[in-house]
Design a protein around this ligand. Structure first.
Ligand SMILES: [Zn+2]
Length: 250
């Protein structure tokens, strides 16, 4: 095209850009197209191993395996962009986890944990959300426009409860475990999240049957799929502007 006039090249570039822009991913970038961002938080990491199970089983490793399965399931929907608070075996403080979620403008925050039990019965799963009824007294806001760091969850707690309820339903359908319920709790991490946020506590690592299940990739995938379904259902209700208010605490 050496002999072509300059304006012809310009017209060609313009035409190419116009055609490509019919495909938003090219013009806006992946970030904008899959803008609904779910922050996936694998509990513990590094020196902080979390709870321990038989044969050197550590909570931090199971939460990471579950988180990776969840990321995969969320990506497969094509509607959600997941982001991890840690990608390998490193210690990340609770402040950094919440800070990263807020800084990256997450739409939802899902923290994954396992429990510990001293009872012979399996514990099943429970889903926690923060609620004002559980809150310990905090400092009064210094101004009307700036919300203190430990009260970030306040505008979102009802949405968090809705998300937890939807997830619980999906998990009850998908895994053969009983549910300990959807429970309010004053959890340090959740109250600092500036988005609907829940913590899933899945079984106990020191319960032999639950520990065996938790290590199975098929079980982890079933959990990930159920949590993803809960998120997708929540998302569609949110898009319609519907906020479910459970009549009684679960
Ligand atoms: Zn934990």
């Amino acid at each position: 095209m050496r002999n072509d006039p300059w304006y012809r090249n310009l017209a060609l570039i313009g035409l190419t850009a116009a055609v490509l822009c019919f495909w938003p991913a090219v013009c806006m970038g992946q970030d904008d197209v899959k803008a609904y961002k779910v922050i996936v938080d694998p509990g513990h990491g590094g020196q902080d191993t979390g709870s321990k199970g038989p044969g050197g089983l550590l909570e931090k490793n199971i939460t990471m395996a579950l988180a990776k399965k969840l990321v995969q399931a969320l990506e497969e929907t094509g509607k959600v962009r997941p982001e991890l608070t840690r990608t390998d075996d490193q210690a990340v403080s609770l402040d950094d986890r919440a800070g990263l979620a807020n800084h990256n403008h997450g739409d939802l925050f899902i923290s994954l944990h396992l429990g510990t039990t001293f009872a012979p019965d399996p514990t099943g799963f429970s889903i926690y959300y923060w609620s004002p009824t559980t809150a310990s007294p905090t400092a009064t806001p210094s101004s009307n426009t700036v919300r203190p760091w430990d009260q970030e969850q306040e505008p979102y707690w009802e949405k968090s409860r809705m998300l937890a309820s939807l997830m619980r339903e999906e998990l009850l359908w998908s895994i053969p475990w009983a549910s300990g319920g959807v429970l309010p709790a004053d959890i340090y991490l959740l109250r600092r999240a500036r988005m609907p946020a829940v913590m899933l506590e899945l079984g106990s690592l020191n319960h032999l049957e639950e520990a065996a299940q938790l290590q199975k990739p098929e079980f982890q995938a079933a959990v990930a799929k159920a949590v993803t379904q809960g998120i997708i259902k929540y998302r569609s209700l949110e898009e319609k502007g519907i906020l479910i208010r459970p009549k009684t605490p679960e």
